[in-house]
Design a protein around this ligand. Structure first.
Ligand SMILES: [Zn+2]
Length: 460
């Protein structure tokens, strides 16, 4: 599980197409993504959406919220997973969010947009200005704050929209044969403010405000759910087992280690507890304890790729890249090169600084970005490998990929143009370099126009 701040790029389009945008980091973890994909698949299908086109994205934010943005994507805050007590509760939320997507609510948010849009764009431009001036980190901070302010104003669905998303969500759950109990329990807890004790004021703005809850809504949902044939359907034990794991893992990764060790004490030897503690120890730099937990898990289930991945991550991040390779290689094989795991293997191979490992690194990293382009870190690593073997054209192209994803447009433009000049004319890589240059230039021009600043990005 890792943080990736390239979320800015993922959401970039949303800013300019008048859709809600945020600039928080996303959490990417192979196991969590597979889980979210699997539990939402039957709902996506029931909604009549193309399964491959709907992403469920985990946002690194402790508040309890979920929203839709940028077309067919459902964003779930880490805080919501933490607050949910079952996979079924999360499914209730996803079904509702899908209802907003199919209802076209993303596009039709009307009032409040103007204000929100202005806040968003102005702070973003301030951020870009700072970024160009070289204050990268500060700029990201400014943008994040601005986007968040905008989102709060932006995302308050109307009561009509809520009612329609509720009805649609209930229908999808029903068609998928999934009980609405979790949905009712989760919304009920929110309505009864059970979650709101000790939550900061601005966090309260979460799900409760985004999706205005009311007793009426709950009553209506209850009415629909309880007569549904799926009401008494048992919970899927596999989904629930996996939920307990990813919930524990997530807490281990995002929460303070002390809190994790309190919630999952040593006396708890369950798999979720070991996962949570492994991350907590890792964060405390108690590497031996973290490895001990990982080894216990591997002994229980030697072919579980996520246990091997965990061990590899702990070793890699504690400076033992050479030892990390074997478990990561196994995890990569077991998942048929799941892109996030494969890119971690690539990272470990490069981190050994042994040139003998670079060929394998290139192979796994290329496979990783081939399946999932949105991994700026993998592109960065790939650039390192290319540069190491003197292929500067491809190194520049890899940099361009990474930079455009991180919204460093002037840099991306420069890298892409340098790559284009050196790559074989008309080759796929040459075309790609052109595409990136075009994309970077378009963004720069758009930003300039909005800023009403005089600038020329045609040639640099
Ligand atoms: Zn809603």
């Amino acid at each position: 599980m890792r943080f990736l701040s390239h979320v800015l790029a993922l959401f970039a389009l949303a800013v300019f197409t008048a859709q809600p945008a945020v600039a928080q980091s996303i959490l990417r973890d192979a196991e969590t993504e597979a889980f979210l994909r699997d539990i939402s698949a039957p709902l996506v299908e029931a909604a009549g959406l193309e399964p491959g086109n709907v992403d469920v994205v985990l946002i690194n934010d402790p508040s309890i919220n979920a929203f839709v943005a940028g077309g067919q994507a459902v964003y779930i805050h880490a805080g919501l997973i933490d607050a949910a007590e079952s996979a079924n509760e999360v499914q209730g939320v996803i079904a509702h969010e899908l209802g907003h997507i199919t209802g076209g609510h993303v596009i039709r948010i009307g009032e409040g947009y103007q204000t929100a849009g202005r806040i968003s764009l102005l702070t973003m431009l301030a951020g870009i200005g700072a970024a160009l001036a070289g204050a990268g980190e500060a700029a990201l901070g400014i943008m994040a704050a601005g986007q968040q302010a905008a989102m709060g104003k932006f995302l308050a669905f109307s009561r009509t929209q809520e009612a329609s998303a509720d009805a649609a969500g209930a229908q999808y759950l029903s068609e998928a044969g999934i009980t609405g109990r979790g949905s009712l329990e989760f919304f009920g807890k929110l309505l009864n403010q059970e979650f709101r004790r000790g939550i900061r004021q601005d966090d309260e703005a979460g799900f409760y405000r985004t999706h205005p809850l009311s007793g009426d809504r709950m009553a209506k949902l209850r009415e629909v759910y309880t007569v549904d044939p799926a009401w008494d359907a048992p919970l899927d034990t596999d989904w629930e087992r996996r939920f307990a794991r990813i919930k524990a893992k997530l807490q281990g990764y995002v929460a303070k280690p002390e809190a994790t060790l309190r919630d999952y004490p040593e006396t708890d030897t369950s798999t979720p507890a070991l996962l949570a503690r492994a991350y907590a120890y890792h964060k405390q730099a108690r590497i031996d304890r973290a490895l001990e937990a990982a080894d216990t898990l591997i002994a229980r289930e030697p072919t579980d790729p996520y246990f091997l991945e965990l061990k590899g991550q702990v070793l890699l991040e504690s400076g033992r890249a050479d030892q990390a390779i074997e478990p990561l290689r196994q995890a990569t094989d077991l998942t048929r090169a799941e892109p996030l795991i494969a890119s971690m293997l690539g990272h470990a191979l490069i981190a050994t600084e042994d040139k003998g490992n670079f060929e394998e690194a290139e192979r796994v990293l290329r496979a990783a970005v081939g399946r999932d382009r949105y991994n700026p870190f993998a592109w960065y690593q790939l650039g390192v490998v290319y540069a190491a073997r003197g292929d500067m054209a491809r190194a520049r192209l890899a940099s361009a990929e990474q930079q455009v994803m991180s919204r460093q447009y002037p840099l991306a433009l420069r890298s892409a143009q340098a790559a284009e000049a050196q790559l074989p004319y008309g080759s796929p890589d040459w075309l790609r370099a052109q595409d990136i240059a075009m994309e970077a230039r378009a963004w720069m021009e758009q930003l300039c126009e909005m800023n009403r600043a005089r600038c020329d990005t045609r040639r640099r």
